[in-house]
Every structure is written in structure tokens, then in C-alpha cells.
Design a protein around this ligand. Structure first.
Ligand code: GLC
Ligand code: CA
Length: 548
């Protein structure tokens, strides 16, 4: 297996709006990130992935970009960005930016031009079609809107937007669009950034002819949401390879493509080294389990992505939450009496499964989901649309709110909890989004003061990765694929063999392995380990790494 820095790295994701506000306007900003670089250095991470920081009217919090070459005024200035990059690099931390090129904002100058007349030179930068029988050009549903099409009076045509109507999709078939995107990527690389996380990158190639979905209407508005039709279309790999040839191959960078509706069979073509496209993708097969988490199914997914990608010279990512997801400890762990133990267990797993681990801000202190009292407290365009959809389908408003309070992505966006002072030390002003009231107990200051905190467990996991190749490159073997409560696997190189044992339940349990379950404890979330011979004895949410 080829060694690469981005395989060995730990990535820390920052959602700048909610990380640290430096000037009291209630919105996190780049100077806030600079203030906290020493904290991140202490944690030990290698790479920061910044969610979009470009100019944006914020219909979708920065994923609707109106200018790829300037910084969102609320976040600061280009000087602040240059300083952030410089200060991060001084500390040995790399910076990966978000690349959002499936769509722009409708306020981007390309779209302003494009919609101004049918013969404007920018018309073909976007996807315009005539209506059919007085209706949309096809039956596609949008992610944030009933239909994926919006009628534009001025020129009498519809434009495609797979997300909000303020996020028109770019027309990647049109060469000038691709050239403009590559030029913009060069601009950021020349500044010295270290890579891109590519937003919904497998949607940029639309199916030829934009056909109707053949599925029955599956939204309460009569349109069809058909992820398989939108994603991974023939020709996508050509676009990715062209981007690689023209831009990525010229820099020592890392890339991770957010890829919706994908399986390893499809992804392998995008990530295998020989194909020269991407380094790895974020898939959604684990995320799709969140409403009915099942450990056996989870293990199957891990095995499938290992077998389907790694032997072919590709690479994987490992994550359980981000800015689009609820908090991992509230979904896959136990955010009540076992919060600390289960947060450590989840961290142990993500850092020992094969692939590059991604830590989302606040995960390292076990931040949890937040209870919102009414739909009015929700800012997120997706949460609000989802709520309307559920209610329209006949769910009570109370149940719809309950659903959001468990599964919405807003939980990942509440401000970072730095200390127990007002607004969790995030801002001296009124935060743009509710602060989780549990900040009095769950905060960075408290974590740093407690040697048994989740923070220090993460710090150890991250430093272990630096000194133990087995954690990065070791072969992976699942020892108990059918076990409903215990995940037991080995990582093996010619020089080391590690056994990782994780009890996903609140009950104490014995499990018999077909190898010796005793060894030197490398890291554990309990003070001791009680396995004997081939029997692993695990207490609630026990997570242990043994060197055999
Ligand atoms: C991605 C982003 C998400 C955004 C969407 C549209 O899924 O992670 O936050 O809403 O793309 O850009
Ligand atoms: Ca601010």
C-alpha cells in the first residue's frame, strides 16, 4: 500500500459560523479560528477542513456561494484568511477548503448574467429548460424544495436546482464552466491551501436528457426524489479526471469527495489511485442507518467498504457526524449516564477502523444533541423543509419536532462550548443559534481540567496514530461479524498486531474469540481490562485497544 500523508492524518472539521466569535456579533469567524489554533495543536490534529467561508447570502449557510474569490464578510477578510493559513502552517496544521461547485448562489454574477436573457454569454453556465405542458421540465424533487425546477419569468424558462432555489446547478457540460472552476481552484492552491472537500461532487454530471424518474411520486408534493438518477452518472469520472489532470495533480494535496447515493462498487472508480481522480469519499451508508442503528449492519458496511476499496488501491474516510448530522454520541452512543464512556468508544472505533478519521468540532468533548422548543428556533433550511414535508404527510407538529430534535443537522451546528460562562464562551453577543444549555458541564475548559476527559482520550488516539503504522496501514479483520453488541477486530502489519474490542451496549458481557483476547493495553476507557484467554470480558461501553 502506498504511504501518503493524508492517510496518516487526522482531520478536524470546523464549522466557522459556530466555532468561535472574535468580535461579539454572535457569528463565529476566522479570527476566532486563529485564536483556537493552539487548542487544536494541543489536541494533535493534522488537518483542518473549513466549511465554506466564501461570500454568500447564506440561504444554506455558505453552501450558496456568490463569489468564490472573496471571504464572507461576517467571517472576516482575505487578510484574516491569509493569516489563518499562515498561522496554521506554522503549527504544522494543513488547511482543506470546501469546494462547492455543483451549484452557486443565484446572486453569483454568473447567474445574474445567465438569467438576464436567453442569449447572454453566461446563459449556458446553468441548466435552463422549457416547461412541459405548462409544468416543470421533469418530475424531479429538490432536496430543499418540492420541485427541483424554478420558473423564471423574465426569460420564460425553468432552471434546475437540486438544492434550494437560491442554489442553481452549474452546467458542467459547458466547457467554460469547468475552466472557470479549475482556475478558481488554482487561485486557492496558489495561496497555499492543502486540499479540498468537494461538496456533493458526484452530482455534477446530470443524466443525459434529464429524463423523468420512473419511480412513483415519493414526496407529498407529487415530485420524485431519485438519488440514484441524480448521482454517479456516466461521464462523472471523466470530469473528475479532467479536474485532476488540470489542477489536483499539480499540488501535493488531499481530496475527499462528498458522495451521496454511492456504494463501494461505484466509488472504487473515483478513488483508486490508478484512476487519478479523488483520494477518498464520504459515503452515506452509515448515516443512512442512524434512525435504526444496527451494529451487525454497521459491520457489514465497514467490511464492504474495506474489501471494495482498499485492495484496489483506494482509500476510505471514517466519520460519524459533521455539520449535516446530529451529534454522534446522541445517535450511536448514549448521551445520558454513559456519555463519557460511549463517546470514547466511538472515538476509539473511528480512529482504529481503516481510513482517515474525521473529528467534527465538539466531538472531542462529547457535545450532544440539543433540545429545540419550537420549529421557530430552527435556522436550517433543510430542517424547516423536512418539517413541512412531515406535517404535509400527516405527522403531527409535535412528532415532527420530536423527529428533528433527534435527527436534524441543526444539532451539529449549535455553538462550540468553550467554557461555563455566558454563551459557553462562544460569543459575548447573542449567538446566531441556540447554545446547548448543557454547556455548564460539557465544555472545553472542564475537559482540559479533567485527565479522564474525552478530550484526553482523543488526544491519545491521535498521538497513537503518529507512532503506530498499524493504525493506518494494518490489515483489517472482523472477528465477530454476527455479534449484535460487540465489535472485535484486528489490525495487523508485519510488525504489530492490535486487537480492538468495543462493547456497544450498556450490559456487561463475555465474548469468546478464536484468538487470544489478552495483551498489553494500549488504550482503554476503563482503568483496567478483564479479558482472560480467549474470552473478552467487557463492561458497559468498554473500548480497549490491545497489543497482542
Ligand atoms: C452538502 C453540504 C450541505 C449542503 C448541501 C448543498 O451536502 O454538506 O451542508 O446543504 O451539500 O450544498
Ligand atoms: Ca464574529
Amino acid at each position: 500500500m502506498n504511504k501518503k500523508w493524508w492517510k496518516e492524518a487526522v482531520v478536524y472539521q470546523i464549522y466557522p459560523r459556530s466555532f468561535k466569535d472574535s468580535n461579539g456579533d454572535g457569528i463565529g469567524d476566522l479570527r476566532g479560528v486563529i485564536e483556537k489554533l493552539d487548542y487544536l495543536k494541543d489536541l494533535g490534529i493534522d488537518v483542518i477542513w473549513l466549511n465554506p467561508i466564501y461570500s454568500s447570502p447564506n440561504d444554506d449557510n455558505g453552501y450558496d456561494i456568490s463569489d468564490y474569490y472573496s471571504i464572507m464578510s461576517e467571517f472576516g477578510t482575505m487578510e484574516d484568511f491569509d493569516e489563518l493559513l499562515d498561522e496554521a502552517h506554522k503549527r504544522g496544521i494543513k488547511i482543506v477548503m470546501d469546494l462547492v461547485v455543483n451549484h452557486t448562489s443565484d446572486e453569483h454574477k454568473w447567474f445574474v448574467e445567465s438569467r438576464s436573457s436567453r442569449d447572454n454569454p453566461y446563459r449556458d453556465y446553468y441548466i435552463w429548460r422549457d416547461g412541459k405542458n405548462g409544468k416543470e421540465p421533469n418530475n424531479w424533487a429538490g432536496e430543499f424544495t418540492p420541485s427541483a425546477w424554478e420558473y423564471d419569468e423574465k426569460t420564460g424558462q425553468y432552471y434546475l436546482h437540486l438544492f434550494s432555489k437560491k442554489q442553481p446547478d452549474l452546467n458542467w457540460e459547458h466547457e467554460p464552466v469547468r475552466k472557470a472552476v479549475y482556475e478558481m481552484m488554482h487561485f486557492w492552491f496558489k495561496k497555499g491551501i492543502d486540499g479540498f472537500r468537494m461538496d456533493v461532487i458526484n452530482l455534477i454530471k446530470k443524466p443525459a436528457g434529464l429524463p423523468d424518474s420512473k419511480l412513483a411520486p415519493n414526496t407529498p408534493y407529487g415530485y420524485v426524489y431519485d438519488g440514484k438518477l441524480y448521482a454517479n452518472n456516466p461521464g462523472l469520472l471523466d470530469f473528475l479526471q479532467e479536474m485532476n489532470r488540470n489542477v489536483l495533480s499539480k499540488y501535493d494535496c488531499m481530496t475527499v469527495g462528498e458522495a451521496v447515493h454511492i456504494t463501494p462498487e461505484i466509488a472504487v472508480d473515483y478513488v483508486k489511485e490508478d484512476n487519478k481522480a479523488l483520494n477518498m469519499v464520504f459515503h452515506f451508508e452509515v448515516m443512512d442507518l442512524k434512525e435504526n442503528f444496527d451494529l451487525v449492519r454497521f459491520k457489514e458496511i465497514q467490511q464492504k467498504w474495506y474489501d471494495g476499496i482498499i485492495p484496489h488501491g483506494g482509500w476510505n474516510s471514517q466519520y460519524l457526524n459533521n455539520h449535516d448530522q446530529p451529534r454522534q454520541v446522541s445517535i450511536y452512543g448514549n448521551d445520558k449516564e454513559y456519555r463519557v464512556l460511549s463517546a470514547k468508544l466511538l472515538g476509539t472505533m473511528i480512529h482504529t477502523l481503516p481510513g482517515t478519521p474525521y473529528v467534527y468540532q465538539g466531538e472531542e468533548i462529547g457535545m450532544t444533541n440539543c433540545e429545540f422548543e419550537s420549529i421557530k428556533e430552527y435556522n436550517d433550511i433543510h430542517a424547516r423543509f423536512k418539517y413541512d414535508q412531515m406535517v404535509k404527510k400527516g405527522m403531527s407538529e409535535e412528532d415532527a419536532l420530536k423527529w428533528l430534535n433527534k435527527y436534524s443537522r441543526e444539532h451539529g451546528r449549535t455553538p462550540m462550548q468553550w467554557d461555563d460562562t455566558e454563551n459557553a464562551g462562544f460569543s459575548t453577543g447573542k449567538p446566531w443559534l441556540k447554545v446547548n444549555p448543557n454547556y455548564k458541564n460539557i465544555n472545553v475548559k472542564a475537559a482540559l481540567a479533567d485527565p479522564n476527559s474525552i478530550f484526553y482520550h482523543y488526544k491519545k488516539l491521535i498521538s497513537l496514530r503518529k507512532n503506530n503504522e498499524v493504525m493506518v496501514y494494518g490489515d483489517f479483520k472482523d472477528l465477530l461479524p454476527e455479534h449484535p453488541q460487540i465489535y472485535a477486530y484486528t489490525r495487523t502489519t508485519a510488525f504489530a498486531k492490535w486487537l480492538i474490542l468495543l462493547n456497544f451496549s450498556a450490559t456487561e458481557i463475555d465474548a469468546e474469540l478464536d484468538i487470544n483476547a489478552e495483551g498489553k493495553v494500549v488504550l482503554s476507557n476503563y482503568p483496567d481490562y478483564k479479558g482472560k484467554g480467549r474470552v473478552a470480558h467487557l463492561r458497559p461501553y468498554e473500548a480497549v485497544i490491545l497489543e497482542l
